[in-house]
Design a protein around this ligand. Structure first.
Ligand SMILES: Cc1cc2nc3c(=O)[nH]c(=O)nc-3n(C[C@H](O)[C@H](O)[C@H](O)COP(=O)(O)O)c2cc1C
Length: 191
């Protein structure tokens, strides 16, 4: 089975059983400007043309890191099915039209916060930002909230995808798919 198909099947199985609020949550790791790995949770938006899509500000830490060193990993842990998926691949910025679509899908509060907050930069206190948020909420009651130029996303184009399924007998099943050109090779790894 193709790993993308397998991913979709596993995701479906987990969401069927799970009641967590954000089942699409995954750990995105990038390579920090200082060489240390940098990880945080993001939401997987969807898989388009075999590419995993994530979104966020380009001038955030993750944006800066992925633009400067476009290598990333996404890691999922699904508790109901006791499965882990690890993806490594290349990060490529999504098209503006696609970023517009994802931005429009965000709720009003999130869109306003994306407008006014410089994600990840130091701030003395949140008070001023919250006041600005309240003002903008009134302003944007009638006006359309435009996507900030630096709000976009990335395709993570997978090179390797590892599926691990917990087994009670400790012989967890680890299947590693490796992309060679446009074909996927599969090997089994020791637990
Ligand atoms: C479950 C979950 C989902 C998240 N989804 C996103 C997301 O899709 N995009 C995003 O920019 N931040 C998301 N965040 C916030 C990030 O974890 C992180 O705080 C933010 O992106 C700043 O990271 P950076 O400074 O490394 O760029 C999410 C956090 C959690 C806990």
């Amino acid at each position: 089975m193709n790993p993308i198909e397998k991913f979709r099947k596993w995701y479906y199985k987990e969401t069927e059983k799970s009641s967590v609020k954000i089942p699409s949550a995954c750990c995105l790791s990038s390579i920090g400007m200082d060489g240390y790995p940098n990880s945080r949770f993001v939401s997987l938006k969807e898989i388009l043309d075999n590419k995993f899509v994530i979104t966020g500000p380009l001038n955030s830490k993750k944006g800066i890191e992925l633009l400067s060193n476009p290598k990333a990993s996404l890691t999922f842990w699904w508790t109901e099915t006791e499965r882990q998926i690890r993806i490594q691949g290349d990060a490529v910025q999504i098209e503006d039209e696609l970023a517009d679509k994802y931005f429009a899908e965000r709720n009003k509060e999130s869109r306003i916060v994306s407008q006014i907050s410089k994600q990840g930069t130091e701030i003395e206190s949140l008070t001023e930002l919250i006041t600005l948020f309240e003002e903008q909420k009134i302003k944007y009651d009638t006006v359309e909230i435009k996507r900030p130029n630096d709000w976009s996303g990335f395709y993570i184009i997978p090179k390797r995808i590892e599926f691990m399924e917990f087994k009670k007998n400790r012989f967890h099943i680890r299947e590693l798919f490796i992309r060679e050109n446009n074909n996927w090779d599969k090997i089994l790894l020791q637990p």
